[in-house]
Design a protein around this ligand. Structure first.
Ligand SMILES: [Zn+2]
Length: 205
């Protein structure tokens, strides 16, 4: 059990360090922001025992795992200023114990969830089109880590689809799609579909 490896106050101390590190920073450059989070995690070794304890980070905290694997430089970052401000707001609320905060941290598991959520704000790319199933605009680009194929996952209904919009039931670990995944896929998308998706416009126009 993870909790048996440290007291609750230790996790509160780790989180206090994280908040103290991030809140005063004025920079809005996403990579520096993520590097600060990464350095904090590595200096503390806060997730080290976590990764050894039988929890599968690849399944449960894919964005955090990308950060700890030094892959933040491969993120496609859509609107970093908003994400940084939002991340700081969440941290501030958690730190102050605001009643509206759902990000209370009582263990390393909670801390991992919180940091994974923050990193996901930078890592996950949303498609500019409606979900084939629920018709909401929550389609995100993910990658099947075993097959190394890009896919859609809908944040609204949980539906998963191939890049051709066929519904699938994925049983493999997935991670947010990185820049190289999207660049690779855009080559066939351009030819097959006759139009570029938003990220292709962002990267190459
Ligand atoms: Zn949906």
């Amino acid at each position: 059990m993870i909790g048996s490896q440290g007291s609750e106050s230790m996790w509160w101390r780790y989180r206090r360090q994280l908040v103290d590190l991030l809140l005063p920073t004025a920079e809005d450059r996403p990579l520096e922001f993520l590097q600060t989070v990464s350095n904090w995690a590595k200096v503390n070794g806060v997730f080290y025992s976590f990764s050894l304890s039988g929890w599968n980070m690849e399944v449960t905290y894919p964005s955090l795992l990308l950060l700890l694997s030094d892959r933040a430089g491969e993120f496609v970052i859509e609107d970093p200023k908003l994400a940084i401000n939002e991340s700081k707001r969440v941290l501030q609320q958690a730190y102050e114990g605001a009643p509206s905060s759902v990000h209370h941290v009582y263990s390393v598991v909670d801390l991992a969830s919180e940091v994974d959520w923050i990193v996901a704000q930078f890592a996950i790319v949303t498609a500019d089109e409606a979900c084939p199933r629920c018709k909401q605009s929550g389609l995100e680009y993910w990658v099947d880590s075993v097959m190394n194929t890009i896919m859609f996952s809908c944040s609204e209904c949980g539906g998963e689809f191939t890049i051709d919009r066929r519904a699938i039931v994925n049983t493999h670990p997935v991670r947010p799609a990185l820049r190289q995944d999207l660049q690779k896929e855009s080559l066939s998308l351009r030819g097959d579909r006759g139009k570029k998706s938003w990220w292709a416009k962002t990267l190459w126009q």
